[in-house]
Design a protein around this ligand. Structure first.
Ligand code: FVH
Length: 310
């Protein structure tokens, strides 16, 4: 029979479960690195009631957090010793290793969550280093800027330790919605790089279109209200095209590349008539023409993935 009685705090701690989903106790956390992002992470943990120990190379950056109740550690070793869950967010992986290399022994048996941006290769090397020292390792990618930390609408990607993420999910959810990418520690960095590329492409297309419509007196605000709605439809196209890409078949049943080559001509013409820089639409036209020349003009836009795979 399933017990309806709540599990005791002692049992749940023994069982390796994070205590955050009750009001009984908050998991202590250490945050190393108090730049713009690290300070936002520490502030979110403090706001959620977690005992939070902080350390930064430039100690003055801990002042505001200490005023909010953070415990200031004098050394990295002292900071790491204070909590079983250690979050690091500094400039790069070289800085991470420089900080943590000397305290690997103190980290043994603890969980290290590295939210520093790096390459997939660096993340995998860090996971290997951590495993070699008996340290639980989660690599993360923060998909927001500091003001967005603490908002569950924003994702934080985690890779390399689904069990560790499950154990600490309640605490990490305080920072943003945790998304588990599985056991390969390189995947949070890989997704992060790809998603930033997607963001820059969207920004580029939006700014180009805003310049185009702005040339005829449309405000950025008015155009953007329509543009953001259009992005919902574009997301829907992407979901359908993702199925085609995984299947390796690109039926042009909705809109062919041939049709889109004709349509982009209007964008180029409208831009030229208004003195708007045309490099971005010309790149798209070049990619589409490549597909047409290879005999794929009747396929869907998803076929263009082949140009990137080269
Ligand atoms: N800010 C953002 O929007 C993005 C969002 C996505 C994730 N990134 C990554 O987060 C890492 C830190 O970024 P940040 O915005 O906090 O950067 P800064 O405000 O410049 O703070 C840098 C911190 O790193 C410390 N630091 C730098 N080098 C070293 C070192 N050799 N040893 C120890 N600490 C170091 C620096 O210390 P200090 O200068 O204050 O003494 C800051 O604490 C980054 O990977 C982003 O890509 C943020």
């Amino acid at each position: 029979m399933t017990s309806v009685l709540p599990l005791s705090a002692g049992f749940r701690r023994w069982n390796g479960e994070d205590m955050n989903d009750t009001n009984e106790e908050r998991t202590p956390v250490t945050v190393l690195g108090l730049g713009q992002m690290g300070a936002a992470l520490a502030a979110a943990l403090l706001a959620a009631g977690h005992p939070t120990t902080v350390w930064n190379r430039t100690p003055a950056k801990a002042d505001a957090l200490a005023d909010k109740g953070a415990v200031r550690a004098a050394t990295v070793a002292e900071a790491v010793a204070a909590s079983d869950l250690v979050v690091v967010c500094v400039l790069d992986y070289a800085a991470v290793r420089g900080l943590l290399g000397p305290v690997a022994g103190t980290l043994r048996g603890k969980t290290l969550v590295n939210l520093t941006t790096g390459s997939p290769e660096q993340a995998r090397a860090e996971a290997e280093w951590a495993a070699g020292h008996g340290i639980g390792y989660l690599d993360g990618g923060i998909m927001t800027t500091p003001p967005g930390v603490g908002d569950s609408a924003n994702m934080i990607l985690y890779a390399g330790g689904p069990e560790l993420l499950a154990r600490h999910r309640a605490t990490l959810a305080v920072l943003g919605d945790p998304v588990d990418l599985g056991t390969d520690a390189g995947l949070a960095s890989l997704y992060d790089a790809g998603l930033l590329g997607l963001m820059w492409s969207v920004f580029g297309g939006w700014l180009h279109a805003t310049a185009l419509t702005g040339a005829d007196g449309v405000t950025a605000r008015d155009f953007t209200a329509v543009a953001t709605r259009w992005l919902g439809t574009v997301s829907w196209f992407m979901s359908g095209y993702a199925e085609q890409i995984d299947a390796g078949e690109y039926p042009g049943a909705d809109a062919t590349i041939d049709v889109q080559v004709a349509a982009i001509g209007h964008l180029l013409h409208a831009g030229e008539a208004r003195g708007v820089d045309g490099r971005l639409p010309r790149l798209h036209l070049e990619l589409m023409r490549g597909a047409v020349e290879a005999g794929h003009g009747g396929d869907s836009y998803a076929r263009i993935i082949e140009a990137f795979r080269k």
